[in-house]
Design a binder for this molecule. Structure first.
Ligand code: HEM
Length: 184
């Protein structure tokens, strides 16, 4: 495992556990729950993607524009008859390369769990987002670049702060949607 990834993975393990617990509560084989799950992700992912775009992350990772999945979530929600929710405000500034790499680590890494979750979505329901295909080697290529850019302790610290903030945004989104469902 690359050094930067190992550091980020270790530092964000409790954050991952919390989002896993929040999103594990949605039944992806139930259209209403699945729509709620996608709505929560749609409150967080496009907001982070837009912030990375605005920060110029494509200058650090040239295939970044092709990695975006905001359009896939919007298409899945439309297929389920739901509209895109308002994005949550991004709670961190992505004005340093290290912060951008930390945020991108979380959104790119989330594909790993997403691929597993896609198996729980029955045929007949859209899964453009969770099942989003990736070019072969895209994750390995991402990790190699992450490792080159995140070496100094201050970079690791900044990347970790950004990564934790992004996990936090997904957690808030998941909790918001869960709370709304409870009040219906
Ligand atoms: C029910 C929800 C989730 C489940 C069950 C889940 C599950 C997993 C699993 C099994 C892996 C490891 C896959 C592998 O090594 O091949 C993984 C990795 C990862 N997930 Fe999740 N995940 C969930 C939600 C999320 C969310 C919402 C995010 C962030 C937005 C996220 C971010 C990550 C990251 C960054 C990694 C990479 C960790 C590494 O460096 O190895 N996950 N997830």
């Amino acid at each position: 495992m690359t050094d930067a990834r190992a550091a980020l993975r270790r530092a964000t393990a409790p954050d991952h556990e919390r989002v896993d617990a929040v999103f594990g509560g949605f039944r992806l084989d139930d259209p209403t729950d699945y729509r709620a799950f996608l709505t929560a992700h749609a409150m967080a992912l496009p907001a982070i993607e837009d912030a990375l775009d605005a920060a110029g992350f494509a200058m650090l990772l040239d295939d970044w524009p092709q990695r975006r999945r905001g359009g896939a979530i919007a298409a899945d929600l439309a297929a389920l008859g739901a509209s895109l929710p308002a994005p949550l405000p991004v709670p961190i500034s992505l004005d340093t390369p290290a912060a951008q790499w930390g945020a991108a680590y979380v959104v790119e890494g989330s594909r790993l769990g997403g691929a597993l979750l896609a198996r729980s979505v029955p045929h007949g329901l859209p899964r453009g987002y969770l099942g989003a295909p990736q070019m072969p080697g895209a994750w390995r290529n991402f990790l190699e670049k992450l490792d080159k850019h995140i070496c100094r302790p201050q970079d690791v610290a900044q990347a970790t702060d950004a990564a934790r903030a992004v996990f936090g945004l997904f957690e808030v989104a998941g909790r918001n949607v869960t709370r709304l469902a409870e009040h219906q």
